[in-house]
Design a protein. Structure first.
Length: 362
């Protein structure tokens, strides 16, 4: 390759970052395919069973740290960050109101998968247009949390931030409220310097903040205890010893981010699609528990919440109602749902009823 060609790729890398920002990404980085160290940590995590029922984490695990196996021909990975926190969304006040439903802030708006994949695909097409004169055969593939990709490892390697003690990627200028996506490519682009300054320092605020004690070591989360896992990934009953610790969190959890001092730098998203839908950011538990399946499907269309399904939606809300202060309306609502044709829901409704009735003043 000539010096002129190298200069072309250096300029192309800068252009890619500009085009990415034009498409709404807050940051764009470029890295290589060497994820050896991150792969070792993944294997240790899997060996301890911290993935729980997330069998897909163990399936094709070697592809997670060998991107060139996932998409043959890959030489570089373009990493992309998109901030999602909508302006004026309340967090602490909702968590502190046991009658309100807390839904993880990322899930209040449109499903990010489709939005980001479309934008990343557009970026790939823009790059294709730019390299036609270089006589190269383009080879791109976009990923957004939908394949065995070590997203945080790639983002750290491309200079986007460090992996915090809560195992989230933390950016020193934007905190951690953002999505990550990738564009695999065969272009020999110059790579960015990895982020090596782990800036959590002596801060461990996220560890005691976790309601279920899921952060078992620095940078290590036992997924089986994580409320996000319990409310989204887990298909069966929620372990009884964890139910009372879940509070009013019915889909995901943000506690380890809410307490993180770096999130004072969070930037409000400019994407209208991430604006909360159907008052999901202010709804009460009873309002959401009253939804029939048709309403659930309508109200959650195009959002990440649809993934949980109606049955688990009711399961999660039943637990939250069981954790709420005693209220006759709650007991009435739970009794109505006792007749639903679902052993999973019935079990959690019974638990919630017992929890409610135990609070009646004698």
């Amino acid at each position: 390759m000539t010096t002129d060609s190298q200069m072309d790729f250096s300029q192309l890398a800068q252009d890619i970052k500009t085009w990415g920002q034009d498409l709404g990404f807050a940051q764009v980085g470029i890295t290589d395919v060497d994820l050896t160290k991150h792969g070792e940590r993944l294997n240790e995590w899997l060996a301890k069973g911290y993935h729980g029922e997330m069998a897909y984490m163990a399936d094709h695990d070697d592809m997670r740290y060998r991107p060139e196996k996932l998409h043959p021909g890959t030489l570089r990975i373009i990493t992309l960050r998109m901030d999602y926190m909508a302006p004026e969304v309340q967090t602490i006040s909702v968590l502190n109101n046991p009658n309100q439903a807390y839904i993880s802030r990322y899930a209040l708006g449109r499903d990010y998968h489709k939005l980001m994949r479309k934008r990343i695909t557009q970026l790939g097409k823009r790059i294709e247009q730019a390299i036609t004169e270089l006589n190269l055969e383009p080879n791109f593939r976009a990923f957004v949390d939908s394949a065995p990709v070590l997203e945080r490892g790639l983002a750290q390697k491309s200079g986007m931030g460090w992996i915090g003690k809560n195992a989230m990627l933390i950016n020193p200028k934007a905190g951690s409220y953002f999505f990550l996506g990738e564009l695999f490519t065969n272009l020999p682009l110059p790579i960015d310097e990895p982020y090596t300054d782990m800036n959590c320092g002596s801060c461990s605020a996220c560890i005691p903040a976790c309601p279920t004690g899921a952060i078992v070591d620095n940078h290590v989360v036992d997924g089986r205890k994580c409320i996000s896992y319990l409310t989204i990934e887990l298909k069966g009953p929620i372990p009884e010893d964890l139910r009372s610790k879940m509070g009013n969190r019915i889909f995901g959890c943000d506690d380890c981010q809410l307490c993180c001092p770096w999130n004072k730098f969070t930037k409000a998203s400019q994407e209208d699609d991430f604006t909360p839908r159907h008052q999901l950011d202010t709804a009460t538990l009873l309002e959401l528990f009253a939804w029939d399946e048709a309403t659930f499907l309508t109200k959650t269309e195009g959002t990440p919440i649809r993934r949980a399904g109606y049955e688990r939606w009711l399961r999660n809300i039943a637990v939250a109602l069981g954790n709420a202060p005693y209220c006759k309306n709650i007991v009435q609502a739970l009794n109505i749902k006792k007749s639903i044709d679902s052993e999973l829901v019935q079990e959690h409704v019974e638990w919630a009823l017992n929890a409610q009735l135990s609070r009646i003043e004698k």
